[in-house]
Design a protein around this ligand. Structure first.
Ligand code: NI
Length: 156
C-alpha cells in the first residue's frame, strides 16, 4: 500500500469526468487500498480516484474512524431529496471551507470492491459526502457550487 499524492486546486484533471470501471482487477484493488490509506493519512471524509490522478469512477468514504468505510465503484444516484446547508471542505482545496447546499437524503447504487451490487440510503453527513464525491466523478468541485459570501480561506 502507498500514500498517493493528492491533486489540488488548479489541476485540470479535477474538471474531467471519470470513466466507469469495467473490471475490478488487482490494479483497481490496489488503488482502492491506497485511496483508503491516503484518506486516513489526510484525515478526510471522502476521496475520489480523480483526486489521486486516476479517472476511474471509484470513491471511498468514511465519516469518522469507528464508522464503516464505503467503497463505491461506478456509483449512480437513484434519488435524492430535501436539502441541508452544510460547511464543507475538500482534500483538493486544503485551505478552503464554505457553506454549500446538499441533499438531506440520497439513495445510490454502486458496486463494492467484490463487484457486488449495493444500494445505500444515506442522510446527513454521509449523504453530503456521497453527493460531494459523486460530483468529483462528474468533474465538479465543491468550490464552484458554494453559497456566495461563505468562503473561508485558512492560512497554513
Ligand atoms: Ni473533495
Amino acid at each position: 500500500m502507498a500514500i498517493r499524492s493528492i491533486r489540488t486546486e488548479g489541476d485540470e484533471i479535477l474538471k474531467k469526468k471519470s470513466k466507469k470501471v469495467e473490471v475490478i482487477d488487482e490494479k483497481v484493488i490496489e488503488l482502492i487500498k491506497d485511496m483508503i490509506e491516503t484518506l486516513h493519512k489526510y484525515d478526510g471524509v471522502g476521496l475520489a480516484a480523480v483526486q489521486v490522478g486516476i479517472l476511474k469512477q471509484i470513491v471511498v468514504i468514511q465519516e469518522e474512524k469507528d464508522k464503516p468505510i464505503y467503497i463505491l465503484i461506478n456509483p449512480e444516484i437513484i434519488s435524492q431529496s430535501g436539502k441541508q446547508i452544510v460547511e464543507e471542505g475538500c482534500l483538493s482545496f486544503p485551505n478552503k471551507f464554505a457553506k454549500i447546499e446538499r441533499p438531506e437524503k440520497i439513495k445510490i447504487r454502486a458496486l463494492n470492491e467484490k463487484g457486488e451490487k449495493i444500494e445505500i440510503t444515506a442522510k446527513g453527513l454521509l449523504a453530503q459526502a456521497i453527493s460531494h464525491e459523486i460530483d468529483h466523478l462528474n468533474g465538479e468541485v465543491f468550490i464552484d457550487k458554494i453559497i456566495p459570501g461563505t468562503l473561508e480561506i485558512v492560512k497554513q
